[in-house]
Ligand binder design. Structure first.
Ligand code: URA
Length: 239
């Protein structure tokens, strides 16, 4: 059970006193009834909360799938550039959300947004072996020898060693490749291909573990993950 003013503040990303004011003004309904008592105890799993007439998702933690567009930062806040958190629709906005992992500003595709720190750690940490799948468009054709060097675990230009990666060519031109890595070093995919004398022109993440990006989500769109999708993150999609 949680206090009403605390829950409203968290869900609306506002201060506790602003939440109390909303409650006093009659903007908050619980199970279809206006409520004016800030200290009302809410059961977040069974009670229905409406704020300003809109139903609010009251789960303890949120797990959101976003199709990240290019030009947006994988950060919670930035003074100069729009962030993935700015893209959250009002019904999914709440304090404490952050991206579980990072995609470069120009990288597109699947990003999970959450407020569950332990979950994010499991997803990001290489020791949990969650493979992230990318589609990379390369500047020039790539040969088997270069692919094998990446498969074996390549050493980047600055001496950083990468874990073995899965990589395969996706089209005739040998410029579109599918890459799977289970760590997230800075600009890792781009630097892996730079280390074999190539260059990544476009990068898109299509899966995390066995969770695939929902193809009905346009760039910038987000939705809650289902429970089975959440589980699938920690399963292997295979090569
Ligand atoms: N590797 C990169 O180089 N960039 C990303 O955004 C993700 C992985």
């Amino acid at each position: 059970m949680d206090r009403l003013d605390k829950t409203v503040a968290k869900q609306m990303n506002i201060s506790r006193s602003a939440a109390r004011q909303m409650i006093r003004k009659g903007a908050v309904e619980v199970n279809g009834e206006k409520v004016f008592a800030a200290d009302l105890q809410l059961d977040i799993n069974n009670d229905e909360l409406k704020i300003g007439g809109k139903v609010i998702v009251m789960r303890k933690y949120l797990y959101i799938m976003l199709n990240k567009p290019s030009g947006v930062l994988s950060a919670a806040k930035d003074p100069d550039c729009p962030t993935v958190i700015d893209l959250m629709p009002p019904e999914l906005s709440r304090r404490g959300l952050f991206p579980a992992g990072r995609l470069d500003k120009d990288t597109t595709g699947l990003l999970v947004i959450t407020d569950d720190g332990d979950f994010a750690h499991r997803l990001i940490s290489p020791s949990h072996h969650v493979y992230k799948t990318y589609e990379a468009t390369l500047e020039s054709e790539i040969g088997e020898e270069e692919l094998d060097r990446i498969r074996a675990g390549i050493t980047l230009g600055d001496g950083t060693e990468c874990l073995p990666a899965r990589v395969s060519v996706m089209d005739e031109s040998s410029k579109l490749v599918r890459v799977q890595i289970r760590e997230g070093k800075y600009h890792q995919v781009k630097r892996m291909f730079a280390a074999v004398g190539n260059s990544v022109e476009k990068l898109h993440r299509s899966a995390i573990g066995a969770l695939k990006l929902d193809s009905s989500l346009s760039y910038g769109e987000a939705r809650l993950l289902t429970d089975s999708e959440l589980q699938s993150i920690f399963e292997d999609i295979g090569e």
